[in-house]
Design a protein around this ligand. Structure first.
Ligand code: ADP
Length: 377
């Protein structure tokens, strides 16, 4: 008889760090959680060495791992769902490195390391892009010469898919609606942020693009910007593409506007009357409201607006600024309910036309659940 999948190790392997969590899927409990840092820069020399450290940290329980789920940044159009890793899948993943030159080698390195260290234990790849693969072409295509799509795969893919999918399923349960009938606007707001338009349980649009740079004002990313502005800056400051990439991904967003990328700092500054912090929060709220309004139209009227991520789950200040801009949709805030942090809650007032709900995300658990599902199938 096939051994049931009970203990699932979830690996999030980045370029210089490896995060892990171990779940007992029968009890629905997290058994361990940890982080190995400075891979290739002072710490373990590669992902295999890092994983040996994870095995040492886990101790005896490492022997009981039944399956491993891996967070993988980009599945492009090749992977529309989570998949059990075999040689063919690995060969396909190797071809997708161009879509995430920083993250993909680390993600793939984590899988290869697990194959070496956890011999015979199945690996499942779970993609940040997969949930968004149902987007229609009218949402996913860019208005440029289609040869760039044909030759290079340039289109919108979207990210945070694991989180959006998780909160969609949770929201459907909360609203007591079958998944296939639920219309939502989901807002994942953390250091990186993205919104998704969900119609009949499926993604029909999302705010990130070819890469996670597009859309919202984020901690260090600029989000939506006129492409011509980027060209002007590159020309004026004589930036290489790599330097422009660093500028837009790591030195923009809330950091560039206020000197801090952390929403808590910015809220504290705004509270004291700091004008830059005030403007940054208003820009963040404005753009979020703009997306919510647009996506509410696209889904044909949302059953709920769902917020999650570090900011969405915890920042009453940011939520208030967003919801206050949604009056035209008949949405009203319940100020008292909005004090909630990190818990499932409705923060809109009774009589609000569309409820606004907070649902804490759990990407690692979602990866573990998908791992069980893929291997059970
Ligand atoms: P990541 O995208 O790296 O997973 P998180 O989802 O943890 O990030 O979100 C980090 C953001 O959440 C930071 O901007 C942080 O300031 C914000 N945040 C976390 N807790 C709070 C809080 N209690 N109040 C306001 N903002 C918070």
């Amino acid at each position: 008889m096939k051994k049931p999948i009970r203990k699932v190790l979830v690996i999030n392997s980045g370029s210089s760090s490896l995060k892990y969590q171990l779940f007992d899927m029968v009890k629905g409990e997290r058994l361990a959680k940890g982080l190995v840092e400075r891979i290739g820069c002072g710490g373990p020399k590669d992902h295999t060495e890092a994983l040996k450290k994870v095995v040492a940290d886990l101790g005896d329980v490492a022997k009981d791992v039944d399956a491993i789920g891996h967070r993988v940044l980009h599945g492009a159009e090749v992977f529309k769902d989570s998949v059990k890793v075999d040689a063919k899948v690995l060969a396909k993943l190797d071809k997708l490195v161009k879509f995430g030159p920083l993250h993909m080698p680390a993600n793939i390195g984590g899988i290869r390391a697990c194959q070496k260290i956890f011999k015979g234990v199945p690996n499942v790849a779970v993609f940040d892009t997969a949930f968004h693969q149902t987007m229609p072409d009218c949402a996913a295509m860019y208005a440029i010469d289609p040869k760039y799509y044909r030759k290079m795969g340039i289109r919108k893919y979207g990210f945070h898919g694991t989180s959006h999918k998780f909160i969609v399923a949770e929201a459907a349960k909360l609203l007591k609606k079958p998944l296939s009938k639920v219309n939502l606007v989901t807002c994942h707001m953390g250091n990186g942020s993205s919104l998704a338009a969900v119609r009949g349980g499926q993604c029909v649009d999302t705010s990130m693009g070819l890469t996670p740079l597009a859309g919202m004002v984020m901690g260090t990313r600029c989000g939506d910007i006129d492409a011509a502005a980027v060209l002007s800056i590159m020309e004026a400051d004589k930036l290489t593409p790599a330097q422009a990439d660093t500028l837009l991904n790591k030195k923009s967003g809330l950091l560039a506007l206020t000197g801090s990328s952390d929403c808590r700092d910015i809220c504290a500054k705004a509270e004291k009357g700091d004008k830059k912090a005030e403007l940054a929060l208003e820009m963040l709220a404005y753009r979020t409201a703009l997306y919510i309004g647009g996506y509410n139209t696209i889904v044909g009227g949302a059953d709920a607006i769902v917020m999650t991520g570090g900011i969405g789950e915890n920042s009453s200040e940011v939520r208030e600024r967003i919801v206050n801009r949604l009056g035209a949709l008949g949405i009203k805030l319940d100020k008292k309910a909005n004090a909630v942090r990190g818990k499932v809650a409705t923060i809109s007032a009774k009589g609000s036309k569309i409820p606004v709900v907070i649902i804490p995300t759990n990407e690692e658990l979602a990866i573990a659940q998908d791992t069980v599902k893929v291997l059970g199938a």
